[in-house]
Design a protein around this ligand. Structure first.
Ligand code: 6PG
Length: 234
């Protein structure tokens, strides 16, 4: 059963400080142990204050590769592009921020195949994965939809795939490329950052329900052995 530890903060600013400090520690540990770090960072809005603080850390950033946990199938520079938002913060530090959606793709499945091929060149498992949680219980871009089962139960060597959420999420109503469940749960460290009581309730239920959860994140985390820190603020 997943070993979960909740870390509660009074506000989003405290959460951002704590998440930034923890991610810095994970990166430093990976650099000490393996001379490099490959980390996957959630998109959306919640974690970006932590990313801004993390970017102030004195790290050997040129040895750090950052990928988004998932990406919207949109061109670089599009306001919906997660990697564009990550690059704005971490490229100036000298980190390698790797787009996972090629620019000219005929369809989202092709985008997923390209992302999977791209990630085969990265050292694996990931050193770290920071996940967000949607109000519907999705994480990364593992949403209900025609590709849900493939994202959850695809072959272990599948690192990423194209998915079409159904219904399309209002905040970004486009196809996605997402890390697979196998990529997420094989990471050396997984952390979740979320805010709000509604999402907390969803995540608590998802963890309690485990593999039969109605919430994607419950299905993703089920049977994960490694301890998972969950950072939460109201
Ligand atoms: C994305 C994210 C997604 C996000 C959740 C929470 O591309 O949208 O990777 O999984 O983490 O939707 O988003 P907020 O932090 O904006 O609530």
């Amino acid at each position: 059963m997943t070993e979960i530890e909740w870390w509660d903060y009074d506000d989003a600013g405290e959460l951002a400080d704590a998440v930034a400090g923890d991610v810095q520690f994970v990166i430093e540990s990976a650099l000490d142990a393996r001379g490099s770090a490959v980390i996957a960072l959630a998109g959306g809005k919640t974690p970006f204050p932590a990313y801004e603080k993390l970017a102030k850390a004195k790290l050997d950033w040129k040895k750090v590769t950052i990928i988004p946990t998932d990406e919207r199938v949109v061109p670089l520079g599009d306001p919906l592009s997660n990697v564009t938002a990550l690059a704005k913060i971490f490229l100036p530090k000298g980190a390698r921020v790797m787009p996972i959606v090629p620019q000219a793709v005929p369809d989202y499945k092709a985008a997923g195949r390209s992302a999977d091929a791209l990630m085969q060149d990265l050292h694996w498992p990931l050193d770290f994965c920071l996940l967000g949680v949607g109000g519907d219980g999705h994480t990364a871009s593992i949403f209900p939809g025609p590709d849900f089962d493939e994202a959850l139960n695809g072959p272990k060597e599948r690192r990423a795939l194209g998915v079409m959420p159904d219904p399309l999420p209002p905040e970004a109503p486009v196809a996605r490329v997402t890390l697979s469940r196998a990529s997420i749960v094989s990471a050396r460290a997984v952390m979740i950052a979320l805010t709000g009581t509604a999402k907390r309730k969803v995540l608590e239920q998802a963890i309690d329900q485990g593999p039969s959860s109605a919430y994607p994140i419950g299905r993703v985390l089920a049977d994960v052995e490694l301890p998972i820190d969950i950072h939460w603020a109201p």
